[in-house]
Design a binder for this molecule. Structure first.
Ligand SMILES: C[S@@+](CC[C@H](N)C(=O)[O-])C[C@H]1O[C@@H](n2cnc3c(N)ncnc32)[C@H](O)[C@@H]1O
Length: 281
C-alpha cells in the first residue's frame, strides 16, 4: 500500500479530473475485491483507493491508447520514464515554447518515449487538457505555469507501486468490452465524458471518436446489465435532466464539484455533478 499523502495520479487535471468530487466519492465506496475503472483518465479514484485499501485487484482501461501506454510504462518501467522526464524538465527550463511545440510535433515510437511525451505535455499544456484534432493529433496550446513539475519522481514511483500492488490489468478498450468480465460483487466506477451542460459546452473530445448522447444511452444500458449481474456500480456525470432520466431507477446524489473542464474559473467551481449508485455502502 502507498501512503495517502503520496498516492496521486501522475496526470495533472486530466480533463474531468477530481478535486472536491473525490471527497464525495469516498462516501460511496462499497466492500469489494475487484475494482474496474473503464474510463480511466487520470485515475483519481483508483489512486485514492490504492492509498486506503491494500488488498484489491484493479482492471483499468480507457479508449485512449496513448494514455494506456503511459500507465503501462508507469507500472513497468518507472525508472527509464523518470530519466526521460528529467531531460524534458531541463529542456523546458531552457526554452519553454521551443521545447513544448517541438515535443507536441513529435511522434516517437518507443513506449517509454511516448509515455514521457504524454506526461510532459500534460504537465505543461493549457489547463492540463487532453484534446485531439480529427486526425488524432494532440492540439492543446502551451499553458502558463510558473514552475510545472514535469518530473515528479516520488509521485511516479508511488503510482507505479499502486499499479503493481493491485496487480493492475491495464488495457486499451471500449468500456463495454472492458466490463464484460465484471462479476457479482465487483466494484465498477464509471466516469464517462459528461453529458454537455448546454449546447455550447461541448468539450467531449478526449478521443477522436468523441462521446455522443447515444453513447450516454448505451452506457446506461451497460449500467443496467452490471446491476443485473450483481456488480456494485457507481457513476458520476454532469447533473442534467438527461443523466437524471437515464438513471431514474437508481439512487442519485446531486453535488457541487470542481472539475477541470472549463477555461472559466467560475464555471469550474460551480459545476454540478450527479452521482448514481446501485448499492448501499
Ligand atoms: C471524464 S474522463 C475520466 C476521468 C477520470 N475518472 C479521472 O479521474 O481523471 C473520461 C475518460 O473516458 C475515456 N473514454 C471516452 N470514450 C470512451 C469509451 N468509449 N470507452 C472507454 N473510455 C472512453 C476518455 O479517453 C477519458 O480518459
Amino acid at each position: 500500500m502507498v501512503s495517502k499523502q503520496q498516492a496521486a495520479s501522475p496526470f495533472l487535471k486530466w480533463a474531468g479530473g477530481k478535486t472536491q468530487l473525490l471527497h464525495e466519492l469516498e462516501n460511496h465506496i462499497p466492500t469489494f475485491q475487484n475494482y474496474f475503472e473503464p474510463f480511466l483518465g487520470g485515475g483519481a479514484l483508483f489512486f485514492r483507493l490504492a492509498a486506503k485499501k491494500a488488498n484489491f485487484r484493479a482492471r483499468l482501461s480507457d479508449l485512449n491508447a496513448e494514455l494506456v501506454n503511459a500507465y503501462k510504462v508507469v507500472k513497468n518501467d518507472p525508472d527509464e520514464l523518470i530519466d526521460w522526464l528529467a531531460r524534458y524538465e531541463t529542456a523546458y527550463a531552457q526554452d519553454r515554447r521551443t521545447f513544448y511545440y517541438s515535443l507536441r510535433n513529435k511522434a516517437p515510437n518507443g513506449v517509454v518515449q511516448r509515455a514521457a511525451r504524454l506526461i510532459a505535455l500534460n504537465k505543461t499544456c493549457y489547463n492540463g487538457l487532453y484534446r485531439v484534432n480529427s486526425a488524432g493529433a494532440f492540439n492543446v496550446p502551451i499553458g502558463r505555469y510558473k514552475n510545472p513539475s514535469i518530473c515528479n519522481a516520488v509521485q511516479l514511483l508511488n503510482a507505479s507501486t499502486a499499479l503493481r500492488s493491485t496487480k493492475a490489468a491495464i488495457s486499451t478498450s471500449d468500456y463495454a468490452a472492458a466490463l464484460s468480465s465484471a462479476e457479482k460483487g465487483d466494484f465498477v466506477y464509471l466516469d464517462p465524458p459528461f453529458v454537455p451542460l448546454s449546447r455550447t459546452s461541448n468539450f467531449v473530445s478526449y478521443t477522436q471518436q468523441g462521446f455522443t448522447l447515444d453513447d450516454q444511452a448505451r452506457l446506461a444500458k451497460v449500467f443496467q446489465m452490471l446491476h443485473k449481474k450483481g456488480c456494485k456500480v457507481l457513476l458520476s456525470n454532469s447533473d442534467t435532466p438527461l443523466a437524471r432520466e437515464l438513471y431514474s431507477g437508481f439512487d442519485q446524489f446531486r453535488i457541487r464539484a470542481s472539475r477541470a473542464i472549463s477555461c472559466k474559473g467560475e464555471s469550474r467551481t460551480g459545476y454540478k455533478e450527479l452521482l448514481v449508485r446501485n448499492f448501499i455502502p
